[in-house]
Design a protein around this ligand. Structure first.
Ligand SMILES: [Zn+2]
Length: 110
């Protein structure tokens, strides 16, 4: 049962985490930069851990620009990251309420 966990590095603190424990920011082929909650979008990815400090530093120091080798639209991803850092605090208690997550996704799609 040797399960291989893909490890990725946080662009801010440079620690390694399981890929699923990181937030992926993707530079899509059409030049957009977006948060990729599924981890499956096409494009070059950079990762940040769930530490709010790391998210802040990554934005302030333009670590995503470096990691993605492109100009990142911080105004797009900053509020997304802030949203994620908030939901993270509730994730322990609400792990089984899948409906909540579905509602959020339909909002984001607009
Ligand atoms: Zn970090």
């Amino acid at each position: 049962m040797a399960k291989k966990i893909p490890m990725r590095m946080c662009v801010s603190c440079r620690e390694r985490f399981a890929k699923k424990d990181l937030i992926r920011v993707v530079a899509t082929p059409d030049g957009q930069t977006v948060i990729d909650p599924t981890g499956r979008m096409a494009g070059r990815g950079a990762y940040v851990c769930h530490d709010p400090e790391c998210m802040k530093k990554a934005l302030d120091r333009k670590q995503f620009d470096k990691g993605l080798k492109t100009k990142v639209d911080l105004e797009t991803i900053r509020p997304e990251l802030e949203k994620l850092s908030e939901t993270q605090e509730n994730s322990g208690a609400g792990a089984e309420t899948g409906d909540v997550g579905k509602n959020k996704k339909s909002e984001d799609a607009k």
